[in-house]
Ligand binder design. Sequence first.
Ligand SMILES: Cc1ncc(COP(=O)(O)O)c(C=O)c1O
Length: 434
Amino acid sequence: MKEKILDLVEQFVDAQEKKFVPGETVVQYTGPTIDKDEYTAIIGTVLDGWFGLGAQASEFEAKVAQRLAKTYGVYVNSGSSANLIALETMKELYCIEDKNYKIITTAASFPTTVNPILQLGFEPIFVDVELGTYNLNDEQVMDAFNDEDVIGIVYAHPLGIPVANTKKYYELIKQKGGFLIEDCCDALDSTYNDGELVGKYSDAATLSFYAAHHITTGEGGMVAFSQRNAANVARSYRDWGRACFCAGKDVLSSTGACNRRFADWLGTGVVTDHRYVYDRIGYNVKPLELQASMGLAQLKKLDDLTQRRKDNYICLHGFLSQYEQYFILPTTPSGTDASWFSYPITIKDDAPFKRADIVEFLEENKIQTRNFFAGNLLDHPAYKQFDFELKYSLDNASKITNDTFMIGVWPGLNEEIYQYVFEVFEKFFNQRGL
Ligand SMILES: Cc1ncc(COP(=O)(O)O)c(C=O)c1O
């Protein structure tokens, strides 16, 4: 019966394919690239009747970790949770003195890259970014490293563009006895240092599997480590703060992975189940096994998806280069290669039109646009409550708030769709006599 159901699911999904109709079909800025493989994986797992994390999640954790040049993955319910759990773990492992620790980060960011810094009581040192590569302002970062209270550096590879100086920052923070967290949520498969996967030069690397990202499990995220100990700490924060770190088939074991599941864990002379002993003030940010099954189906396609993102960037970039008089177009720093999340365009100061003009025109013509996330976080209401001591100018970050927008390069787009997108751009410039 299960086979019959899955067969019907395949037929149903195949029948959903839609043709692109210029001017009618919305050109999405991003979206999931899934087919019958993901649907049958999810429904097959549901029919097996196993909902909590299990063998497929363990396999997904190991495979994704490898794709971040790490060894251990901890699957969580979002990229935001991954950033939170990553910083909780670093706090436990690195912040052993009672002092006011500071973390270098950038103001031009997705909110939940920075929010854990505030939620966990660190003081942020905000640095600006360069326009075009959206990499951190290196001069400001190097100056910030001189602050003796700095214990960490946390940032994202923006929209898939690798932060080229990551290895240098990693070595510097190690000299200070601190940590680097690489938010790779938008950058799965991007490379730096002439071909090394992002994720390599950090103590923790994170991913998001929300539908907008390179691979999706609907919602979901991963935090990956090179050290088993760090992964065990992260797993504990993810799973209510419990002491037991059994995963996969060990969960079913009557003795546990440690072979001491039932012992005097509380030191009271009473035998207690280790699965109900709590070491930390934890959360529950676990995803579901059916999401992991979807992730495994997505991973099989990742090489192809990455190539299509790169091809789409080349196609779009080739066309838009004729408008460089008006636009700052995205570029990658030398030695890096981006698996693009999206295509950011910043309107130059002296352009004879505003961001709102072109965004409105594109949207009217069914071409989706998005802001480059928050732009400068500090321009937003939530961050006004903090009395941040700002050491550096954040002018570029604020320019992004006001003048940057992004359009799509995701694998759901192709040359036929881009021909339509190009016509709309040409119309916009023609109408203005430009
Ligand atoms: C750089 C970055 N970090 C973190 C996140 C948060 O991921 P999630 O939506 O899975 O919580 C996102 C989301 O798009 C992101 O772009």
